[in-house]
Design a protein around this ligand. Structure first.
Ligand code: ZN
Length: 242
């Protein structure tokens, strides 16, 4: 059986002398692995389609449980990711999040579009905001959506000029009166609201807000999914070094 599907390369591992085994993410087929022959030879015709984060239309031949890439048309190779170390680690973070939240073979649907857009925005726009958006989407996809609308304890509004708290075990924010969890800066909550399309205080969005939000999202995501996000950790370290 042969089929055609748009997919993003999440990972490529060398196999035999010149082959690779790719982990691909497609809208219709979710996460799956496929071999690709001869792509490590110089001048290999399909080399572009086995590069990290390549977004292509793949022709897949399926025989029993084995899948092989037999053709590919490039949508975008996101080459800027290879010349910018911060963008590269940010893209690796997207791939590692996908690897954790996607069960084998479950269609990706809307989350697939969010992953492709995230890689695109990391490559061509602000990678910090791209990562915030993508982590919010990944949390929602995994059933751990953040409730940003009100205090998770009393249900009251968390006013932008008051202190806010976040409970990493429940994923809820709370107000200055309830104080459940760890203190978070007002800019973190306002940025998360802004990225979720909610009403927010624009003047509270300081330049360090995206990094603060990423740290909160990383800790919460890792706790909820019992995982580690080493590439995201490296990315945050790189930002601190600058
Ligand atoms: Zn409250």
């Amino acid at each position: 059986m042969e089929y055609v599907t748009d997919a993003l390369v999440l990972r490529g591992v060398d196999y035999k002398d010149n082959d690779k085994i790719l982990t691909l993410f497609s809208a219709e087929r979710g996460k799956f692995t496929a071999g690709i022959r001869g792509v490590r030879k110089n001048g290999a015709k399909l080399r572009f389609s086995a590069e990290p984060f390549a977004f292509c239309e793949y022709v897949i031949a399926e025989k029993g449980a084995r899948r092989t890439v037999t053709g590919a048309t490039l949508h975008d190779g996101f080459y800027s990711l290879r010349t910018d170390i911060e963008k590269y680690y940010a893209a690796c973070a997207i791939a590692e999040v996908c690897a954790i939240v996607l069960p084998e073979g479950l269609p990706g649907g809307r989350f697939f579009i969010d992953a492709v857009n995230a890689v695109k925005n990391v490559a061509y726009a602000d990678e910090k905001l791209a990562l915030v958006d993508f982590l919010l989407s990944a949390l929602e996809f995994s059933g751990f959506r953040l409730d940003l609308s009100s205090c998770g304890n009393c249900g009251g509004e968390i006013l932008p000029d008051q202190k806010a708290y976040f409970d990493f075990s429940s994923g809820r924010f709370s107000c200055e009166t309830c104080r459940v969890g760890t203190r978070v800066s007002g800019c973190t909550l306002e940025l998360l609201k802004a990225r979720s399309g909610m009403a927010h205080e624009e003047e509270l969005l300081t330049s360090d807000a995206p990094v603060r939000a990423l740290r909160l999202l990383r800790t919460y995501f890792c706790g909820r999914t019992e995982s580690d996000l080493p590439a995201l950790g490296e990315y945050l370290k790189l930002l601190l070094g600058n």
